[in-house]
Write a protein that binds this ligand. Sequence first.
Ligand code: ADP
Ligand code: MG
Length: 326
Amino acid sequence: MIKFDNVSKIYPSGNIAVNSLSLEIEKGEFFVIIGPSGCGKTTTLKMINRLINLSDGTIYINEKKISEYNIPELRWGIGYVLQQIALFPHMTIEENIAIVPELKEWDKRKIKDRVTELLKSVGLEPDKYRHRKPNELSGGEQQRIGVIRALAADPGILLMDEPFSALDPISRKKLQQDIVKLQKKIKKTIVFVTHDMQEALALGDRICVMKDGKIVQCDTPKNILKYPKNNFVKNFFESGNVYKTSIFNEAYQVRDILDAGFCDLYKTDDGTLSINDTESIENLLKRLVNEKSVPVNHLDKSIGTITNENMIKFISRRLEKCGELS
Ligand code: ADP
Ligand code: MG
């Protein structure tokens, strides 16, 4: 659907923002690009809709070079959502959402129905919201409008550049859940940029980890967790990103890892300080930062050890489950 063939971007300053990027995003895929600030995520995204010109290489959309599309044709097929979405303050929510359908000269009835449908799809009551102005909405609500505005004319592709990063954690989580639900229904090809690993894991069918304009690893969340390609990817997790995921906000205990079968069940008496199975996983994780494995006690008896590898397996299992439940 979207194919990058050896794409580079060198800014006039000589800065190589994107360096020989090759990748293929499939139709209907939720593709997440992640990496530290300045690694080239935004540049990569903006090259897709030609907001930034390529210095080298080729991008194809549906097997046609993007340079061969005329720009309006290209951009109408691609919705774009930014971190700080710019809703027009003097226009109502309905008018804001209707911008592209108006440009495309849809008839009034069709536009009104589309606005109704879209507001409903993100849980906003159409009659309550359609005539409001943007400043009468919360940050989270405005961001929802940004998302549905990008979807208004039914583009095949949706580009999202850190769309939820300005939101408080609760609205952010809500919007993440909404977008997952929405995607199940609409099956767009979504390219989603974030620097938050938890968000990437929660949303992506695949995650592309970037560093210095290059791809470090591109794989499913499960494989990235299980087989981080190198220390950069590994550290990205260990810097606290993953350990702060919802999995660990929900008071899980060491017991849960045992119950899931991720514990090496044999007795240890090597003198390392053990942990009780009723303690929080958060405490276990703190130990696993410095130790390869931690002995576990049940009712004061040592019953085995949990290793870092056990932990990673547990995390990926939980994430799979989260995906099933949503
Ligand atoms: P990210 O979105 O991952 O934070 P960007 O794609 O915005 O990264 O930027 C990648 C690199 O290119 C950075 O080093 C940035 O400073 C540089 N850069 C971005 N935009 C420009 C520009 N217009 N002119 C020159 N350098 C730029
Ligand atoms: Mg950026």
